[in-house]
Design a protein around this ligand. Sequence first.
Ligand code: CKU
Length: 605
Amino acid sequence: MLENSMLYPRTTVSRRALSLDGMWGFCLDPLGRGEKDGWADGIPGRDLIPVPASFQDFYTEKEIREFAGDVWYEREMFVPEEWEGRQVFLRFGAATHRAAVYVNGRKITEHEGGFLPFCAEITGVVRYNAKNQVVVRVNNELTVTNIPCGETIVLPDGQKMNKPYFDFFNYSGLQRSVYLMALPKEYVFDFDLDYELTGQDALIHYSVVTTGDHEVELTLYDEEGRQAAASMGKEGTMRVEDAHLWRVHHAYLYRLVIRILDGERVIDEYEQEIGIRTVRVEGTSIRINGEPVYLRGFGKHEDSDIVGRGFHPGVMKRDFELMKWIGANSFRTAHYPYSEEIYQMADREGFLVIDEVAAVGLFESLMNFMEASSGKKTAFFAKETTPILLKAHKKALEELIARDKNHPCVIAWSLLNEPETTDEAAVPYFEEIFELAHELDVQKRPRTFALIMNSVPGTCKCYQFSDIIALNRYYGWYVRGGYELSEAEALFRREMDAWKALDLKKPFLFTEYGADTLSSEHKLPSVMWSQEYQDAYLRITNEVFDSYDFVKGEQIWNFADFQTTEGILRVNGNKKGVFTRQRQPKDAAYLLRKRWKELPPDFKG
Ligand code: CKU
């Protein structure tokens, strides 16, 4: 079990949560001397930077944008007097990719992994009714022993540089919200829910973990605030009569209140919105509440102008409005777990989420997207360091499932993106990861991973682990682009025929397909990079999708243009967006809108 509770910070009758978002002191540590020089007691300089945000895109100096190493943050926080006697925690929504946290000069915790929350208890370290100092050292170096994978090299002038094995800019820093929290000594630590539908009713099988032995009470309220069910005990089943189900685009959210009681006295109270729904894979169908669904939507990124990968509620709102406008019903959190607020919004809007752990770059290549199709082999999983990577991957998966398991929007776990699956060494690694996901998720949601272009029948040694086969395919872009489009289609069909011949009786999903397109370019007849080409590419790709009954969804790459490392294959970023980085439509958005609105929700059953 995890050391700290992953529950989202909330203020209730027994809990307090104070946001520490805002301007923080900030400085770079190019010589890595902060620790030695006592920066834990206070960082040098007077520069301020907003939290949450990536630090990279605020400044005009290239050395800052490309900085690899330690960066330091600092701020004061006032701890109220009435919090004395409770347990006080600091909680970071994420620190990319690792952090050490100091309060009043004392190191209180360290955390590896840049896309999941962590907490540290600071009860014994803080002064009450007084100002306290928080200092955070964040490191953004890439390695092959943690996810996402990459290298950090040293340039001839002594500067470090990140070399990602993945295709998105290595944005970093304190990119998500920071909270100061007070909890009672005995508190709700975790809970699990599983659903069963019986006629008009629903059964909610639950278990609650607390830090003490007092009695636990659960109460469920409907959207009108009326009590819909209740139960006593840390484990049990609640029956919800005439249950309102959580449905795609028609989310119904109940409010679950969990209380720890000492007689009449409430020791702790936690609440969360939940949705009653089941998720099953049956043959080639993905079923929500027993009804087949055809997924349509996007691979996304957390990426926008100025704040980079920093969570911004305005960007989130715009993205959901665009996804509704275009008729999408789902997205994959490529290539890392997103901010918690995004899942809360998906719960409310009735979107289906494939939740991905940051296991990307598990293929040794600085240009994954090109070399992937070349058949290159790197024996990635046969490295001496693989056991260390596996351990980090498993820990991230444990944190991910603990954090996200009670969101109705989460319908599947994506456990890796485009790993090298052509080598036998991948098999035991996959076994452990897939087994762990199954063990940790009481709902036993389907597990998947995105297959890179050369993971095809005959070469891929790992597709059998997936409950949903997820393909990333670029026939007509990386493979036979432009005037060769007709040949691309033939090759695409040849691959699909090979999958069909295997008769796997599992749903297939396209988790990536797409063509880079500049919103400035129009050309008739089309050329690659023009909007006309994106349309031509999509027409052919969609025809192939529609020719195979076992294809149960399409999530185009990408929702919007996004920042990557600079290079000759990227024009100031990846331009496969259906929308620009400023969230305006390219022509393809209208083509997709027509298609996605016309396709029946349960297309192909
Ligand atoms: C995308 C082999 C395809 C890999 N896929 C990963 C994703 O992160 C990239 O952005 C390709 C692309 O546009 O190349």
